[in-house]
Design a protein around this ligand. Sequence first.
Ligand code: FAD
Ligand code: DHB
Length: 389
Amino acid sequence: MKTQVAIVGAGPAGLLLGHLLRAEGIAVTIIERASPDYVLGRIRAGVLERTTTDLLHRLGIDARLNAEGLPHDGFMLADGERLIRIDVKALTGRNVTVYGQTEVTRDLMAAAPERGLEVIYDAGDVALHDIEGDAPYLTFTNDGREERLDARFIVGCDGFHGPSRKAIPASVGRTYEKVYPFGWLGILADVPPCDHELIYANHDRGFALASMRSETRSRYYVQVALDEKVEDWPDDRFWDELIVRLGPEAGGRVTRGPSIEKSIAPLRSFVFEPMRHGSLFLAGDSAHIVPPTGAKGLNLAASDVAYLAEALTGFFNRADHDGVAGYSDRALARVWKAERFSWQLTTLMHRFPGQTAFDRRIQVAELDYIARSKAARTAIAENYIGLPL
Ligand code: FAD
Ligand code: DHB
């Protein structure tokens, strides 16, 4: 098999890049390890920046997004007693959209066949070859057959654990990492959200987040220790803890119900540089991870592929090689700012093991400063809606 761009991974980064390249007439094949149902079963991000929704509008893959996406003009920070509103719309003139990653992926998957975007699911043993030359290729198994896919470029959109980043020799790459000593336990439940906006809460007992997928479906998270298991958290325990952490006002409005999904995600900051080696590019979680607190992971995957689509379109359609050469630096400049924001919000809002009374007072003082300073709220809002491409 032969194509122009071979993409590893059909998560949001891979599918979005595939569509952006197809829209420019470039041949693309995506190789995905999992089945479509498995990919759609992963409950992850919920908040989309305008840069992300703009890409979906540009592609015209936006009918459900337009009908079902919830525009959010602000969100709340809670300090255990009060709610501090960050009026994102008033502070920046822009808003964000609540629309689940699962739905984005579903829409991109559904539009693939009609746009000539080939996706091969259930591929085994995906391996990258000759990435330093200009004729790289992938090998994989599919339906018991050994397959080979030749391409001009390979793009690794295969998440944190995929093979693409590992194909870059250690001598040319550098990793930066910070692992946080806690995770997020998340549940999805068909109950109305406790508020029409998101609430990020810093309570003495730890962080909690009230989010949603629709007016009838809630997504909630609580910070848990790394050794805790989903089985330790029957629904009643989860609801009791969430309600305490959200504080009396928002906690009092929580509607309990049976969870339809429950999982724990560890928190990590991670950046791999460079995001290109020879004919291999990295995009999304394969190159960088942010802790989920700033809602940046999916949005960074989208901005990476926006840059990369521009670079590859220049290469194939205008013989312009500058975009390809500049991709890594351009993407990393935005990545590091999102890393900084996600780290800052994580540090401000979580309870750290070994946290001293001093550390706690600093968090409380910062939240009070944010409550009183428009400049501080503007800095948060600007980052939350996403820095310009
Ligand atoms: P992935 O979604 O991980 O996709 C990678 C794909 O590659 C997968 O389909 C995988 O099966 C495939 N793959 C892996 N290995 C191979 C292989 N060997 N061969 C072939 N295919 C392979 N981000 C936000 O922007 N906003 C949020 O509100 C937010 N909330 C989050 C909440 C949680 C609980 C979590 C866990 C994450 C959250 N994120 C959020 C982060 C966001 O989900 C990720 O950043 C996003 O999924 C990255 O997309 P991706 O396509 O790069 O990687
Ligand atoms: C959701 C996840 C996040 O990480 C976040 O910051 C906001 C919302 C969510 O899953 O809804």
